[in-house]
Each structure stands twice: as C-alpha cells, then as structure tokens.
Design a protein around this ligand. Sequence first.
Ligand code: MG
Length: 268
Amino acid sequence: MKISYQNFISLLLFIFVFGSFTACAQEQDPEDREWVPEDTEFYEPVPPVIEAQGGFIDPPSDATVLFDGSDFSAWKSMGGGDVEWRLNDDGSMTVEPGTGDIVTRDDFGSIQLYVEWRTPEEIVGEGQGRGNSGVFLQRRYEVQVLDSYENETYVNGMAGSIYKQYAPLVNPASPPGEWQTYNIFYEAPEFDENEELVKPGYITVIWNGVVVHHRVEIQGRTLYIGPPDYPAHGDDGIRLQDHGDLVSFRNIWVRELDNTPVWGYYDD
Ligand code: MG
C-alpha cells in the first residue's frame, strides 16, 4: 500500500495529538480520580519472617505511664466520654468491640512511645480481620497492629506497617496469644502559619526488639482509601483502634522528645 505524503503527515499529527491526550489523562490530579482501597495495597516484596521475642522494657523513671493496668485515667473515648474497653485482672486492657477507639487525655508532639500488645490466642478471621487494631500517633498516623503470624495480607497493612505507606523491613511476629512490643520513635510533622507542611513526620519502629522502620518519612494521614494527605495540626493524643477484634494492650508509656539538638562539643 502506498501512503501519500499528505496522509503520512496527517497520521503523524494524529499520533502526536492522541499521544499527548492520553499522557495528560494519565497525569490527572489524584483528587479527580476514583480511588478504591486496593489501589494503595501492595503484596510484594514480602518481608522475611524472622524469630524474635524481645524488647520488653519497664518504664524508665522519666516516662509518663499511660497504662499500668490499674485504670483508664489517662484515656478517654474518641467522643470524649469514659473508656468502655475491658480492664483485665492481669494488668492488661482489651478492646470492647463496637465501643470505638480510645485516645489519651494528654496531647503530645515528638515522642518515644512504648506499647505491649497481644492478638487473641484463638484465631478468628483472616487477613485484615485477624487481630486488627492500631497505634495512631497524634491520632492520625497508624502503626498497624495485626496478627501477622502466618496470616497473609497486603504487606503495607500487616503488623508493624505504617498503614498503607510502608511495610516493615522484616516480620518478627510472635504467634497469636503472645505479648509483643513496639518501641516507637516519632518526630511530629511541622506546619507553618499558612497550614503548609514545612517538615514531614518521621518514624522509627522497633518491633519485638528489631528495627522494622528506620526513620521513614511519613507520607501523610493514614487513609483507607486514596493517597495520604497532610492537613495541618498541632499536638494531639495517642489513639488505640477498635477494629472489632479482641486485641489487648499493657505497659504503655511515653517520653516526650525535645527536637532541639544537643551538641556534644564546646563552642568557643
Ligand atoms: Mg488497624
């Protein structure tokens, strides 16, 4: 078949115009897009399973104890009322499904937060429906709590993940029914007077004594659907999630971190 010069130019023009159009379509504003939960769920690479049972730490003398098993005085429900979770005889608390998340009465900025948690010994459900809870820094940024012992789910939603942002580097999950530890170093994000982000948050997580996040940059608020965003906020409470599963917590303490660097040399 012979193509005339004119037709050839028209064809080139068509390819150019159509190509630009589809390129524009791909770069559309995320806000215009219809997001579904699966868009932000990733299954690979799977963090290697390792054995680790450790990291148990009693509160140091300068820590603020948020829960020692005696009462819920440091906590309230998200709506502001009293906590309706179960206070157990063994010094722990357990989610009372349907009563909602709980949050500390005090607000915090950058902190070291230590939490012990346990998923139910009896396995109920699978994936995200097995031992789901969560620790939210400043109410917004979730370190996932889940039974991740031989339980497949998207890796950026397993235990130890920064939910829908980062999978843990390894999977040191203990079997269901065993106590596990989170030692979290959290640097709060900073916003200017125009509510623009000037410094993102950073987080380091030690799970069962093993580093699973090493100062990763928090991408924004934890969202189930769509990419994270970063609305401005100030100090806020630490929140524990009621996801309908009988997850327990004990020995929770916090140390406030001063962002001012301390220099180890003399300035003369
Ligand atoms: Mg959760």
